[in-house]
Design a protein around this ligand. Sequence first.
Ligand code: PLP
Length: 381
Amino acid sequence: MAAIRPRPTPVCGFNRESMSDMTNALPPRKLHPNTIAVVAGRPIAPGSPLNQPIVLASNFRDGGEYTRTHGTDGWTALEQAVGALEGGRAVSYASGMAAAAAAVYALAPKVVVIPTVSYLGVRSLLSEYHAQGQVQLRPVDITDTAAVAAAAHGADLVWVETPTNPTLDVADLPAIGAAAAVAGARMVVDSTFATPLLQQPLQHGATIVLHSGTKFIGGHSDLLIGLCITDDDEIFERLIRARTFQGATPGALEAFLALRGLRTMPLRLRASQSNAAVLVERLRKHAAVQEVRYPGQGAMVSFIMRNGATAADAVCARVRILVPATSLGGVETTIERRQKYAGDAHVHPGLLRMSVGIEDVDDLWADLSEALEPHAPGTTA
Ligand SMILES: Cc1ncc(COP(=O)(O)O)c(C=O)c1O
């Protein structure tokens, strides 16, 4: 019979407490996010594998624990890497929606300021709590900072999503964070579209940053995962309890793949952003396009077809390289008309939301411009 070995203590290059604890493995200076994405969350014990292997275990011998209550080294590795990028401590969940539900559980708000335009799943979740009489909602235009500040008075939570899904509006995070603090309200920021590379909301007073890791962190449209990050120890414990009691645990394979995706996120994002900038410029000159919405960085681009829903649906039907699909943040370019969903009925009927991938930009433009062409006599680009 093989000798029984005790479960080893996880030893990783970053721990949850602080990046200074990795000094025996890495130089004690502030690292660039491109480096953190590659080095954080790696086992550092002599002889250990470079990557934390997939831990397929629900149960551990005495001295170990049960996965739902204590997690696994696979989750910890991903959490260390995302936490290091955001400047806080991360908790991983089964999906972005599970992370959103955990944030609500952890903060137990009674009065919530919510963006009128934002990801419909989260708005539906909060509307459900409202319908059950558990919260009051104060919908605001998240780009109207004065309105957000006014609504924050008497609220206990300001829920921000920036850039917003699907209109790509940008909130003034420093100003909203300051206004929420003055009002005594907490701030949650869904930073999925920005990724941990383009903004760090904890620096602007957010209590919790949320990511659907399904999107840019995973980056390959092959998993569901979510993360909440906080720099508040008490909230961190509540976020852990939310996962334990709601049972919203990430899968072992998903956690492994998400961390593998994170390693190349800076490269992928750079390629996607460069493609997005070119497509934005060309779309802006196209006769079929009425308006292009792009926050100036990131891989998400929305544009409104001059001839409305019919023209937008025709584009989705004609593309051959772009993929008509609802999710986003992968290496492939996806496109979708959002107003077709009941929860996005207030969005412009001709708005197409595009998640720009890493294909060659000229192939993307050739495909997109052919799909736009029948509706665009007088195309200029
Ligand atoms: C901004 C945003 N937040 C949260 C979610 C929910 O994430 P998931 O689908 O991983 O549950 C999504 C999904 O599209 C999203 O776009």
